[in-house]
Design a protein. Structure first.
Length: 512
């Protein structure tokens, strides 16, 4: 009769990795490893997610590199990462055929609408099967926050707690498949000077920033010529969870001699880290920010079906405005550009081209290797004037070119069609003096009249802001989403009542 007995399945804890691809300061991993059961560290490649409009091959490449680094790190700790592919619920069902799952440990994810719905379905799946799903707070983002007044205090408290060390992991008998996929991505490009994923690389960037790259961070972060070196460049390592905010915060405090020498720049850097968390908390509190105007009065302000000629010109860096086109081409080629230029790209699309932010926002999301929905969508709306609580800010690409690239060095590199022109002539392209330029080139003529388009956009936006009931709704948005100053004075009010000088600081919020 013993031949009919089934073999008892081993009991395991699953650590479900998403965008928290590190082994240190990782609460789900530490907690799963602290009890009697072996740990199955799991990452699932979900094809449906990678078919979303805001994902791209450059995102997957950075993720893949991060996973390979994580697999190596976890292997040293006792059990290497298990990589599977498919629908997450079907993957969990398959694992149940081999293992008895004691609990699934994961971080809460402030992602796009797809991951939001996916996480709800996983909770339901676990509940129906009587499996514990234990989700921990991700960095300083608080799920179910009811009072914005206490958030900055809670953030400070979280950052002051000790970081979690890498745990020993009891191994399991599991097959380690290659970290790869046969899925093809539309419009994929080979990146130049791309950053490589993985925690070790993230730490190298941060350390070199403190060793000297960041000495002039505060004054050089706004120029695309200088920002590539002056900024910390840790944004993708934060976006994919290779580094935790708490690790960075405490690392800064542990390196006092270097910090003292770089005091102004470090103060600015810490402020940007705080603003990153602040905007991510906005999306956590209201996931509709990805798809609906924060201030409902702005819905249908712009055509939902875009002018595809204008959209294509903007997307491909062929608008006829040299500095703007140089920035877009640089972004497409490298996967990164500094924040002021990101704001200019988005602002120009929304105001001068009058394109709906949802379409242009998805395009930028695909181009940014460091795409983080929590930062991206609140900022996209902020630069498009649809929050109802921020000042209307339109970037003039001609002026930005003169200010940030006075010798047209950046323009000449990325818009070689204009290489035969003098610096003065390059900066005239797109202006009223445009006809005085010797324009024998294949470079396109400006797609819009800059002054006229800006004036018309401002009039349309302000017509909405003057509507009855607009201010009342704006006050409710401030109450729910507006920033409050914390003990470290990392925040200023990100809304209309702020002083002009403070507003300028806000526009530089994410120069990592």
């Amino acid at each position: 009769m013993t031949g009919g007995l089934s073999r008892k399945k081993p009991i395991v804890n699953i650590v479900w990795f998403k965008k928290d691809l590190r082994s240190s300061d990782h609460k789900p991993l530490s907690e799963a490893a602290s009890n009697e059961y072996p740990v199955l560290p799991l990452y699932v490649f979900e094809p449906d997610y990678w078919e979303q409009k805001d994902t791209s091959q450059r995102h997957w490449e950075f993720t893949k590199q991060s996973l390979e680094s994580l697999r190596q790190d976890l292997g040293v700790l006792g059990q290497a990462l298990v990589f599977l592919q498919g629908n997450i619920l079907e993957v969990f069902d398959q694992l149940l055929k081999t293992f008895e799952i004691n609990a699934i440990y994961a971080h809460q994810e402030t992602g796009n609408a797809w991951t939001y719905a996916r996480d709800i379905s996983v909770r339901s799946w676990a509940r129906l099967r009587g499996i514990k799903l234990i989700e921990h707070q991700n960095n300083t983002i608080i799920r179910g926050l009811t009072n914005r007044d206490i958030w900055s205090i809670e953030r400070d408290n979280f950052l002051s707690k000790p970081t979690l060390k890498k745990p020993y992991i009891r191994p399991i008998d599991a097959e380690l498949s290659e970290i790869s996929t046969k899925m093809t991505f539309k419009g994929s490009t080979v990146l130049k000077n791309k950053q490589i994923g993985g925690s070790k690389n993230g730490w190298r960037y941060l350390e070199s920033f403190l060793e000297g790259r960041g000495n002039h961070y505060r004054v050089e972060m706004s120029s695309p010529l200088l920002a590539e070196r002056a900024c910390s460049r840790i944004s993708p390592y934060l976006a994919y969870g290779n580094l935790s905010v708490r690790e960075i915060f405490q690392f800064l405090h542990e390196n006092h001699p270097k910090i003292k020498q770089m005091s102004p720049s470090i103060k600015s850097f810490k402020s940007r880290l705080a603003w990153k968390d602040h905007f991510s908390q906005k999306l956590e509190d209201d996931f509709s920010i990805e798809t609906r105007c924060l201030h409902k009065s702005f819905e249908n302000l712009r055509p939902l079906v875009p002018d595809h000629i204008l959209l294509s010109a903007w997307e491909n860096g062929e608008t006829g405005f040299p500095f703007l086109d140089a920035c877009m081409r640089y972004l497409r080629a490298t996967g990164w550009i500094n924040f002021r230029m990101r704001a200019m790209l988005m602002s120009f699309a929304s105001y001068h081209l009058w394109l709906d932010w949802r379409e242009s926002g998805q395009i930028l999301a695909k181009f940014f290797t460091d795409y983080d929905p929590g930062i991206h969508w609140p900022q996209v709306q902020m630069q498009s004037g649809t929050t109802g609580i921020n000042t209307v800010r339109m970037y003039n690409p001609i002026k930005q070119g003169i200010d940030q690239d006075p010798n047209a060095t950046f323009i000449r590199k990325w818009v070689p069609e204009l290489g035969h022109l003098s610096t003065a002539e390059i900066h005239k392209v797109g202006t009223e003096n445009f006809n005085a330029v010797n324009f024998e080139t294949h470079y396109p003529r400006p797609v819009v009249d800059l002054a006229k388009a800006g004036r018309e956009a401002r009039e349309k936006v302000w017509a909405v802001k003057r509507l009855h009931g607009f201010k009342s709704q704006a006050k409710q948005i401030v109450k729910k989403h507006g920033s409050r100053q914390n003990r470290s004075k990392d925040f200023v009010n990100d809304r209309v009542e702020i002083e002009p000088k403070a507003r300028v600081n806000i526009q530089k919020s994410f120069e990592f």
